[in-house]
Design a protein around this ligand. Structure first.
Ligand code: DCP
Length: 240
């Protein structure tokens, strides 16, 4: 039987959690997170080792399964009207996905596409700075974000893998894939999202009260980027 206080300890909810390593794959819009996850999925050995959870974008594009209720499109078409509602929905859908993943461990390693920390420290922060959320909406978001997270410590990944590319590269990839909802996304917006990722993963300047702290534990180069060529850099940041 579960008591209210059990929420404070992830292992009391699910003892297997303690034996698992969880990673969150992070990076700008269009950086290639999906491609990175596809590569893992295409490897038989890795597939057995890794329980993989892609971002629930399809749910954002069809709330409750109804394509007429496209929250992602609503956000990009009228951002001032929908930024808060969208960020709220993103948090809830991601929380449910990551919580279910933690409760039903299927492999020794869990790989998540993005985390609630990017939602808060990258996206919610940017839309607030851009005036797309009112100060009141920003205050509401922050008033629940930390208290909710404190009751859900199993949402903190063990490590973050940051796929790092220049905003110009991401913009090129965004144009190639041409997701209709994202037609409004410009280089300027990608630059702001990039800067927030850099502040957190490279300069370590995000407030520890909101993001999990940690040092970059390794930096690997998959290719040249940040000056506009095709591959990405990877940084792994200790989550706990
Ligand atoms: N998004 C947002 N706020 C969030 C999370 C996501 O505005 N808190 C938006 C950004 C994108 C869309 O949702 O328009 C999907 O986000 P991703 O960048 O995670 O997914 P991609 O498919 O673009 O990633 P990649 O191209 O790296 O595979």
């Amino acid at each position: 039987e579960m008591k209210a206080n059990d929420c404070a300890s992830p292992t009391s909810i699910c003892p297997e959690i303690s034996n698992r390593v969880s990673f969150a794959v992070e990076g700008n819009i269009g950086v290639g997170k999906s491609t990175f996850l596809e590569l893992i999925k295409s490897d038989e050995t890795l597939t057995r080792l890794v329980d993989l959870h892609e971002e629930p974008v399809a749910q954002w594009q069809a709330v409750g399964g109804n394509p007429k209720h496209n929250m992602l499109n609503a956000f990009y078409s009228d951002s001032t009207r929908h930024a808060y509602t969208f960020q709220n929905y993103v948090f809830i859908t991601r929380f449910l996905q990551h919580h279910n993943a933690a409760m039903n461990p299927k492999a020794p390693c869990c790989l998540l596409e993005r985390s609630v920390f990017t939602d808060c420290c990258v996206f919610a922060k940017t839309v607030l700075e851009e005036g797309l959320m009112t100060d009141l909406e920003g205050a509401v978001y922050h008033s629940w974000f930390n208290p909710v997270l404190q009751t859900l410590p199993h949402l903190v990944p063990d490590a973050f893998v940051y796929l790092r590319a220049s905003p110009q590269s991401c913009y090129r990839r965004l144009c190639i894939r041409s997701r209709t909802e994202e037609a409004a996304v410009g280089l300027d917006y990608l630059g702001k999202i990039h800067d927030k990722h850099e502040a957190w993963f490279v300069h370590g300047s995000m407030p520890a009260t909101i993001t999990p702290t940690g040092q970059a534990v390794s930096c690997g180069k998959l290719g040249e980027d940040l000056d506009g060529t095709s591959a990405v850099n990877v940084r792994v940041l200790d989550g706990k």
